[in-house]
Design a protein around this ligand. Structure first.
Ligand code: HEC
Ligand code: HEC
Length: 147
């Protein structure tokens, strides 16, 4: 064997060896240690938080998280179930729950409106309900207000 051929052979073996160890050490937080072809059990279905206590915000201008389930409230072009509680109804002094802030009544040109702006219509683009699950990966994040 020529020396150059045997050197490449040694390199190849070394490379495959490395790749082998790297693959063996990979462990996905979501999949666990199951092999890719194995279908692992579906994770437990978690319930959405529904205790109606507002959830602390983590940064200024964060759209607050929704402290209740939202699947019963239809949002489409004709209706928005969220208005029922978060928009002051005609003839009432107050909304049933905390009213949408003023930013929701301004259109994209900065014009004030007497109804919620259409670019805020699909509430769940920004406001999402939460499940009370343990984080998959640890994090030492602390909200700005607790620093
Ligand atoms: C039946 C009444 C009701 C309906 C309908 C409703 N909510 Fe709520 N919502 C509440 C109550 C009660 C709270 C918690 C107490 C409070 O803030 O007044 C709340 C809290 C929230 C908050 C947190 C506010 C904050 O400052 O932390 C958000 C965001 C929210 N809801 C979004 C929604 C969205 C989006 C929908 C539609 C999918 C919706 N809500 C439909 C009653 C309702
Ligand atoms: C484009 C993103 C976006 C959409 C869409 C949106 N919001 Fe918000 N919302 C925010 C942000 C950001 C805040 C916090 C800053 C503020 O008050 O403007 C907020 C604040 C709120 C609050 C808290 C008000 C307060 O004074 O504490 C409520 C309630 C709320 N939104 C309800 C709704 C509802 C109901 C809809 C749908 C009709 C909706 N939002 C659509 C971004 C959005």
């Amino acid at each position: 064997m020529k020396p150059s051929v045997s050197i490449s052979a040694v390199l190849l073996v070394a490379l495959f060896g490395l790749a082998g160890t790297a693959v063996a050490e990979l462990k996905s937080a979501l999949r666990g240690a199951e092999d890719i072809p194995v279908t692992n059990a579906a994770p437990k279905l978690e319930k959405y938080i529904n205790d109606k206590e507002n959830i602390e915000r983590n940064f200024e201008q964060q759209p607050p998280l929704v402290p209740h389930t939202t699947d019963k409230y239809t949002i489409n072009l004709k209706e928005n179930g969220c208005f029922e509680c978060h928009l002051k109804q005609p003839g009432k002094d107050e909304a049933k729950s905390v009213e949408m802030s003023e930013s929701h009544f301004v259109d994209r040109t900065g014009q004030k409106l007497d109804r919620p702006a259409s670019n805020r219509h699909f509430c769940k683009l920004c406001h999402v309900p939460q499940i009370d699950a343990e984080p998959l990966v640890g994090s030492n994040f602390r909200s700005a207000s607790t620093r």
